[in-house]
Design a protein around this ligand. Structure first.
Ligand code: PCA
Length: 208
């Protein structure tokens, strides 16, 4: 049995619903996977703090964050988080940022620790439209990705982590990707994580 954490986001900006919330809450857990689900506020700082609290409690082998990217057509497996934020549409607490680092003393970029090429292959095998992306944006999704990864590395936590942007569903954009396909994509990602080599690293590390 492998423990995984999947997060989605609440609605934000002009979107009355956020499909990542539905996907995270209703995707079925494949055999051999114990799934923890978490919906995060679209608020810088708070989203990462909440997620890190749940990681400390649940100690999953891997965590996947899902976010809606309204301009995309395909499931986007994010390669890197950048230490930068820049957004003129406020987050759900009214915060705005202009050309600012997320962490003043952090590295410029941090990579995913999810096996995204294997994930990509699994989705392609299922004919789900997918890409590896090198731009997670400069809004709350990239903020979460960077802040959580930074903290997991700083604390030496053996939890693989990465971000997946999902395209809109057809209720948001007529050219969107059906919810059922998005669910299948996340199930396939969970299966891939189940099937890669995971030593039970949490139990062998000293807990600080
Ligand atoms: N998408 C936004 C934030 C929340 C979400 O679902 C983003 O791409 O930054």
């Amino acid at each position: 049995m492998i423990k995984l954490l999947v997060t989605g986001f609440e609605p934000f900006a002009e979107f009355p619903v956020n499909p990542t919330q539905t996907v995270a809450m209703t995707v079925s857990a494949p055999e051999g996977v114990m799934l923890t689900r978490l919906i995060l506020p679209v608020i810088i700082g708070e989203c990462a703090a909440r997620m890190l609290r749940v990681i400390e409690e649940e100690r999953p082998a891997a965590a996947i964050s899902l976010g809606l990217s309204s301009g995309r057509k395909v499931v986007s497996l994010e390669r890197i988080a950048v230490n930068w934020e820049d957004f003129q549409v406020s987050d759900n607490a009214g915060n705005l940022r202009r050309d600012a680092p997320i962490m003043a003393d952090g590295p410029l970029a941090l990579p995913t620790t999810l096996p995204i090429r294997q994930m990509e292959a699994a989705l392609r095998q299922d004919r789900i439209p997918v890409e590896v992306s090198y731009a997670a944006g400069t809004y709350v999704c990239n903020h979460l990705f960077y802040a959580v990864q930074h903290e997991l590395l700083r604390r030496g936590r053996p939890c693989r982590y990465g971000f997946v942007h999902l395209p809109p569903t057809p209720d948001i954009d007529p050219d969107g990707l059906p919810l059922a396909t998005q669910m299948r994509a996340v199930t396939r990602i969970c299966e891939t994580l189940r099937d890669v080599d995971h030593p039970d690293a949490w139990s062998s590390l000293a807990w600080r």
